[in-house]
Each structure stands twice: as structure tokens, then as C-alpha cells.
Write a protein that binds this ligand. Structure first.
Ligand SMILES: Nc1nc2c(c(=O)[nH]1)N[C@H]1C(S)=C(S)[C@@H](COP(=O)(O)O)O[C@H]1N2
Ligand SMILES: [Mo]
Length: 311
């Protein structure tokens, strides 16, 4: 069959999308309602019935191969290549998200119930790592605020803690005290309720690869990557600021807020520039944007705060 007959018209009409598809070397799939706008890599299960949104449509997504082969997920091993190599060890079913602490409706929800109860959306967001590499990712996920609201946080819930998987029998990184396990991250409740915060269930129109935090991870696009806890099993509403993994390990290097901020350097390097993931180690760096480019949306959350002190 000639490709002109099997290729949907929209592909030919949208040159930019066509180029993106061609560049990715992926199957020529165009977005129809209920499908991803970005070509699926065809590696993992597709997410059907997802709601396309216009969020981040102007951004050029990072190559899927780069995003899934250069990771930080210490439970799956130390080093950027280890997580992809060990991802098969991560069991994503059965999977339950538990909620506890300062909330009226604590409990648990199975991943498949969560996926049917909350519509999944596609939103293209930037991801900026504290090590200064940056990616643009077509995430699929559910708004974090909708999921948290289900557990009815009380007025005492000033913070939310996110706990990642504990499975030392299977996960090589958890057999050694590289970090104090489990991995814990946290947000102030108003940050967690911000409409940009996403509980990601997939990327590039397919379920999340293990190395990127399957089956459920946080995405907080205005903060450094370490705030986006992977493979989350528990949320806990607290009155006190959570003691988060990296802030415990190296308090002078990693703060609780971890907002992307070109003016506040990491003690060992500048945060003023970033390297696009996949562009090569010697590629020209580009300026880092305040709040990773989301200042218009989130700056109000920090009004009156000294961001060099609350880093
Ligand atoms: N559970 C857990 N979550 C984690 C990490 C980790 O080691 N364990 N690494 C963090 C860091 S430092 C970064 S930069 C991002 C990387 O996400 P990515 O591999 O999908 O790009 O995941 C974050 N979430
Ligand atoms: Mo990171």
C-alpha cells in the first residue's frame, strides 16, 4: 500500500509535526481525538482515550531514545545508564497508591482504578535536572490536585510527602545504603495543588518505561528533576515540612524548594545555563529560564520569599 494512502492527511498538513515524526524515525501516526499528538515510539503499551491539551505544543520534544536511556533512578542503580538496564526488575502490577496523614479520607487506590477514575491528559513540559541537562517531554498523566482532593486533606495538611517504591529484594540500588531508602520527596500543599503539577502515568503516548518511574511518578515542571519522585506508592499529608531524601543527604546542595533558578547556583556549579538532553556533552548550552519557563504560572506561590535562602 502506498504510504500516501495509509498516512493520515493531518500529517501532511502539519509540516512541523511531520518533521518531528520523521526525526524520531517513528511510525507515522497523526493525532486524532483521544490519541497522543506526538508520534508514539511503538515500544510500550499505548495509552488510549487520552485527552490532548495544548500545553507545551510550541516545544520540540526530546528524542524518546535519549529520554529513556539517560536517567536518574538510584533504586535501579547508580549512573545514567543503569536505570534502563535494570528497568525490567521493577514490578508495576499489582500497584497501589496509599494516602495517609492529615486527611479525612485516607485509604488506598489501585493503579488501574486510578486510571479509570481520572482522565489522562497529554501535556508537553520541560524537565530540568540539577545536573544542568534539560529535556522536553510529552507527558501523559492526571492532575495531581484531583487525585489529592479525593483523600480530602484537612486544614492541618500544610505539606505532602511522596514516597517511592521499596523493593530491596528486586531493586539492585536498594540493597545498598546509597540513599536512605525509601526515596522521599515533598511539596508544600499549595505547590501540590497547583494545576501544573502532574501525576504522570505515561510519556510519548505510551505507558512510562520503568527507568522513567513507572507506573506513577510526579512531574513538577518548575522544579529541579529530583523533586519528581518516581514509582510512587504513598502520599502523606503533614503539618511539618517533610524530610526529603536529597535535602537530608546534602543539605547545603539541595534544598526543599528546589525551584529552577538561574540566579541561585548549586555550590559546585552554575545553574545559569543548561544542556539539552541528546545534544551531546559539548553542545552549546542555552540560558536557564526562571522557574524553568513557568514563572507566569507559579511566581505567585513564592511572593515575598527570599529564594536564595529557600533554595
Ligand atoms: N524514586 C526516585 N525518584 C527519582 C530519582 C531517584 O533516584 N529515585 N531521581 C530523581 C532525579 S535526580 C531526576 S533528575 C529525575 C529524572 O527523571 P527522568 O529519568 O525521567 O529524566 O527523577 C527523580 N526522581
Ligand atoms: Mo537529577
Amino acid at each position: 500500500m502506498p504510504s500516501s494512502e495509509i498516512t493520515p492527511r493531518a500529517v501532511w498538513e502539519d509540516r512541523r509535526r511531520f518533521l518531528r515524526v520523521a526525526a524520531a524515525g517513528a511510525a507515522l501516526l497523526a493525532a486524532r481525538p483521544g490519541e497522543a499528538a506526538v508520534a508514539r515510539p511503538g515500544r510500550l503499551a499505548p495509552i488510549v482515550d487520552l485527552q490532548e491539551t495544548s500545553h507545551g505544543k510550541e516545544l520540540e520534544p526530546t528524542d524518546y531514545g535519549d529520554f529513556t536511556s539517560y536517567n536518574n533512578f538510584v533504586e535501579l542503580g547508580v549512573g545514567k545508564e543503569a536505570p534502563a538496564r535494570n528497568a525490567h526488575l521493577l514490578r508495576t502490577r499489582p500497584w497501589t497508591l496509599k494516602a495517609e496523614g492529615e486527611c479525612e479520607a485516607p485509604g488506598a487506590i489501585g493503579i488501574d482504578d486510578l486510571l479509570t477514575q481520572f482522565p489522562q491528559e497529554e501535556r508537553i513540559y520541560r524537565l530540568r535536572c540539577v545536573e544542568t541537562w534539560a529535556a522536553v517531554v510529552p507527558w501523559v498523566g492526571v492532575p495531581l490536585n484531583a487525585v489529592l482532593a479525593r483523600f480530602k486533606p484537612t486544614s492541618k495538611a500544610k505539606f505532602v510527602e511522596f514516597e517511592s517504591i521499596s523493593d530491596p529484594d528486586r531493586l539492585p540500588g536498594q540493597r545498598r545504603p546509597v540513599l536512605p531508602w525509601p526515596y522521599v520527596e515533598g511539596l508544600r500543599i499549595d505547590e501540590a495543588m497547583h494545576p501544573l503539577a502532574l501525576l504522570a502515568t505515561g510519556c510519548y503516548g505510551e505507558v512510562l518505561p520503568g527507568q522513567n518511574g513507572a507506573p506513577l511518578r510526579l512531574v513538577v515542571p518548575w522544579k529541579y528533576g529530583f523533586k519528581s519522585a518516581k514509582s510512587i506508592v504513598r502520599v502523606r499529608f503533614t503539618e511539618q515540612m517533610p524530610r526529603t531524601t536529597w535535602a537530608l543527604m546534602q543539605p547545603d546542595e539541595y534544598g526543599f524548594y528546589a525551584n529552577v533558578n538561574p540566579q541561585v547556583d548549586h555550590p559546585r556549579w552554575s545553574q545559569g545555563r543548561e544542556r539539552p538532553l541528546g545534544a551531546g556533552l559539548f553542545a552549546r548550552r542555552r540560558p536557564t529560564l526562571m522557574f524553568n519557563g513557568y514563572a507566569t504560572e507559579v511566581a505567585d506561590l513564592y511572593r515575598g520569599m527570599d529564594l536564595s535562602r529557600h533554595y
